[in-house]
Design a protein around this ligand. Sequence first.
Ligand SMILES: [Zn+2]
Length: 255
Amino acid sequence: MPVYKAEAIVLRRTNLGEADRIVTLFCRDQGKVAAVAKGARKPKSRLSGRLELFSHVRLLLAVGRSLDVVSQVDVVHAHSPLRADLERLGFAAFAIELTDRATADREPAPEIFESLCGALEHMQEADPQLVALWFVARLLVHTGYAPVTDQCQVCGRVVRGTSAFSYALGGTLCEADRHRDPDAIVVSAGALHMVGGLLHAQPPALGTLTPDRKLRSEVGGVLQRYAEYRWETKLKSPGVIAALARPARTQRRVN
Ligand SMILES: [Zn+2]
């Protein structure tokens, strides 16, 4: 069997048979790949503990008839703090679920891989909710769906203040054109400004953002629903969705 090297984030795991596991890997160069980790659930297996959710790994994969086979794994970053804290776990789960929905099998998307690595890395220390919001914004940019937050999507006129936002048209609408999408929602000027900023921010800059609870919830709602609309999906983790609308723990402590 031909073998190849891959660098990946573990997106999903399911049990197979008595001791095997199927892992969905998001690989930097190969895109999303499902592979069998034989014997991975046996405590003494050399794969055991190395294919945890969110882990950043380097692998050797053998090309299989239907699924490729994991033959070797080295952990680059275990990202274990993400599994030790419920809130971080929720936001990290949200990031990998979105990545899974927004990407296709075997379609390389190295820029999404970089953003996902950055998001998981920063979620370990920084405010995980803000990092999750940033990640949705980056994913929209990388897939060509960045929402327009300051211009009418129909006539191009500059839009200021609280405005209509259309998921279907991918951005704001002016007063005269808001009837073009009866499903357009009303979004505050603050939320539009924050979404616009997140689209091109770098994770270290997120520390300078101090959105209050209401703004976090509004931005989280808009980005999530827009992402769900674009990828024609409903995120399976309603607990996680609720968590996005909740103030982060650090925020609660300050208040
Ligand atoms: Zn217009």
